[in-house]
Write a protein that binds this ligand. Structure first.
Ligand SMILES: *Cc1c(COP(=O)(O)O)cnc(C)c1O
Length: 383
């Protein structure tokens, strides 16, 4: 059977199941062994070799979702990111990194790379020309994240993939915010697609995991480093992640639909100054987003009008939860000023467009009317 021909929900439910040959149960059995026979077997299995039955099979589902040859799963998004980057880098190499990226990735690069003699440059925006200017003889990786956090900036995926190929570099993308339902960067020529599966793939705010999807050749290289770094995912959690992925399309489609409606509602709310969502024609890269995304995702940000305190507003919410993470079935908000950007000075924050009244909103599957009522009462109370 050609997996590419399967519909998205069929992939979510069926690809990568571990068949229960013994009892013919409907769902994958969990194999929790950390010790497998070495004699008379084709594969020497061990959790840190990323090849227990549950690990191996789940990778097939993720590969089918991202249209790649294969995938690897990790214990966190950062384990996936660090293993993927370090696999391709050695002393003296150079990496180009998009300016606005996940804080943990930023910290990993600035606090670890120097120790290994790896150079890096951050762009000043997500414009492709910025990346071109930074290419050097020793550039090995171009690393992007789109849509980006928290202002939902969009980077041109195809242009980055082309630039990397022209210069013999590996292109990597953090595809977490879009999820495989809304964006498949491998189809645009990106070499390596990375996810924090703690977010949409897990989707219930109860799993820490990561994934890398790519060609077999690239994954072999990443595997060689990954087995040394040891960021493998336990089989219990692999199984939970498989269960979560069965509803990935249903969840993300519903969340995306809600996010569009919420963005349109917030944009016309007189108490809101600005809404950042790639699905709004007012977004400066709306056309670019439309050309590379299948849906605009379920993350958005908005700025409360001056005089409405962001913390007060969030304390007043009764349904929507102020919460550090994102992408769960439940709607959550966060103040970037208090969390992801807390260590920057006010001037640095404003240079990056992060105002005190900015709220990042991860839209869940609740009814839109209930979310609107909650936001309206929270604003009135905060006034
Ligand atoms: C959360 C997140 C990560 C890191 O993932 P962990 O699972 O927390 O290690 C990386 N990138 C993005 C965009 C994220 O939101």
């Amino acid at each position: 059977m050609n997996k590419k021909k399967l519909g998205i929900n069929t992939i979510c439910v069926h690809v990568g199941e571990v068949k229960d040959e013994q009892f013919k149960g409907a769902v994958s059995p969990i194999y929790t062994s950390t010790s497998y026979a070495f004699d008379g077997v084709d594969v020497k299995r061990y959790p840190r070799y990323y090849n227990t039955p549950n690990q191996e099979m789940l990778c097939k589902k993720i590969a089918a979702l991202e249209n790649t040859e294969d995938a690897l799963i990790f214990s966190s998004g950062m384990a996936a990111i660090s293993s993927a980057m370090l696999a391709f880098l050695k002393k003296g190499d150079h990496v180009i990194v998009q300016q606005v990226i996940y804080g943990g990735t930023y910290n990993f690069i600035v606090s670890e790379f120097e120790k290994y003699g790896i150079e890096y440059s951050f762009t000043e925006s997500d414009n492709i020309e910025e990346f071109k200017l930074l290419i050097k003889e020793n550039t090995k990786i171009i690393y992007i994240e789109t849509p980006s956090n928290p202002l939902l900036g969009i980077t041109d995926i195809k242009a980055i993939a082309g630039l990397a190929k022209e210069n013999n570099c590996i292109s990597m993308i953090d595809n977490t915010f879009a999820s495989p339902i809304n964006q498949n960067p491998y189809d645009f020529g990106i070499d390596i697609v990375i996810h924090s599966a703690t977010k949409y793939m897990g989707g219930h705010s109860d799993i820490s995991a990561g994934a890398v999807a790519s060609s077999k050749q690239n994954l072999e290289k990443i595997w060689n480093t990954a087995i040394n770094l040891g960021g493998n995912l336990s089989d219990q959690t692999v199984w939970l992640l498989e269960r979560s992925l069965k509803t990935l399309n249903l969840r993300v489609k519903e969340q995306t639909k809600n996010a569009q409606l919420m963005a349109e509602y917030l944009e016309q709310n007189p108490n809101i100054d600005k809404v950042y969502y790639p699905g709004l024609p007012s977004h400066p890269q709306y056309d670019l987003a439309k050309s590379q995304m299948k849906g605009f995702g379920a993350m958005l940000s908005f700025e409360l009008k001056k005089g409405i305190d962001a913390m007060e507003f969030q304390k007043n919410l009764q349904l929507i939860k102020p919460s550090m993470s994102l992408a769960g079935l439940e709607s959550t908000t966060v103040s970037p000023v208090q969390t992801t950007h807390a260590l920057l000075t006010e001037k640095e924050r404003l240079e990056r467009g992060i105002k005190d009244g900015l709220i990042r909103f991860s839209v869940g599957i609740e009814e839109v009317k209930d979310l609107i009522i909650d936001i309206e009462q929270a604003i009135e109370e905060a006034k």
